[in-house]
Design a binder for this molecule. Sequence first.
Ligand code: UTP
Length: 413
Amino acid sequence: MNDEFLKAKGILEKYNQEHILNFYDKLSEEKQNKLINQILNIDFEQIGSLYENTKHEVEFGNSKIEPINYLEKDKISNEDFKKFNTIGTDIIKNDKFAVVTMAGGQGTRLGHKGPKGTYDLGLDSHKSIFEILCDTLKKAKEDYGTYVQWYIMTSEENNRQTVEFFEENNYFGYDKNKVMFFKQGQLPMCDTKGKLMIDENGLIKEAADGHGGVFESMRKDAVIDDMKQKGIEWAFIGGVDNVLANMVDSVLIGMSIANNVPAAGKSVVKAGPKERVGVFCKRNGKPSVIEYTEITNEMAEAKNENGELIYGESHILCNLFSVKAIDEISKNKLPYHSAFKKAKYINEKGELVVPEKPNAYKFEAFLFDAFESLNDMAIMRVKREEEFAPVKNAEGVDSPETARELYKNFHKN
Ligand code: UTP
C-alpha cells in the first residue's frame, strides 16, 4: 500500500464513497493509478453540495426579470447596415476574429455513437455535421480572403475520436494550421443517493461539465493566450449542433463594436409560448437568459401591442464575445446546474447496468450564466429559417429530419 493509495482511501472514507475501491484489485496498474489520481483530484465537498442542491427547488423568486432590447437584422437601416458590415469585414479580413465550436456534449438525446459532429445528416452528399460547419468557414474564406481561426472544444470522452475524424477527412480541405482542439473539464456524476458511480473502465464516472465550461477550459488550455498572441479580438462561440449557424457574421461584429458592447447574442423568434427554449431577458438589470423550465406561464404568454411575445427572443447558443470579455469571464466560476440523465455504470456485483430511465445526476455550467457578468450585451434577431436548424433529438422536433429540411430549403435559395 503506497501513501497515495492510503490517502485516497482516507478521502473516500471521509465522504462515504468507499465503494469506489471495490474493484481496485482487479484493475491494471495503469487504471489503478488513474483511479487514485481521480480521487486525489476530485473536490468531494463540491460534489456533496451539488448533490444536496438537487434536493431543493431552485429559487428565482427575488430576481427582477424584464424584457431585453434587440435589433432585428432585417430592419437595420441601410446606413447602419453598411457601417456595421464595413467594421466587421475589416475585423475578419485582418484575422482579428475566430470561431469557437463547442463539441464536448454527450449528445445523449440524439443517441449517435461517436461525437455529434461526426453524425451524417443524411444529405445526398452524406456530409457530417462537422463538414457542414466547415463549409461555412470555407465560404468565409471566399468572402473575406482568409481562413478564420477555428477552435473546437471537445471532452475527455470524445477528443480522440474528434481529432481522428478531422485527420481522416483531411480537415475537409480547410487549412489544418487554422484548427485547434481543446478539451473541456469534467465532473463526477452521482446516483440518487449521492454515491459516485463506477464506469466501464473501473474508474469514477465523470462527464463534461457543460457548455459553460468553455471559458475556464479556454483559459486552462491556453486558447485565450493563443487568441491574444494571434491578435484575435472577437470570437463567435456556438454549439456544434446547429447546421445553419451563421458563424462569420460581419454585421454582428460591426454592431457590437459600434455599440461598444463586450458581447452579442443572436436570437430567433420563439415559435410559441410553449417552445422549449430559453429566451433572452434582463435579470436584475443585467443581460440573461430565462429558461423554459423557469419562466411562468403568464410571462411566457405575455404579448406586446403588436401581438408579439414579450419574452420571445430565443437564445440559440450563437454568441459573440470580445476576447477581453472571455478573459474576464474565465477568471470566475459559473454556477453548476444539475440534470437527471441516463448513465451506464458498474453495480456492486461488478455487472454493467445500462439504464432505460434516468438514474444519475450530471452537473453542468451553462454558457449564458456568463451574460450576467457583462455590463451590456447587444441582441440581434435573425431569421430562424436562415440561421437555426438544431440537431438534438433522434426523431420529431429538432431532429436530423427537421434539420435536413431546413438545411435543404436554405441552400436551395
Ligand atoms: P446540449 O445542451 O444540447 O447537449 O448542448 P448535448 O450534449 O449536445 O445533447 P444531450 O443534452 O446530451 O442530448 C448544446 C451544445 O453545447 C455543447 C454540445 O456539444 C452542443 O454543441 N456542449 C454541451 C459542450 O460542448 N459541452 C457540454 O458539456 C455540454
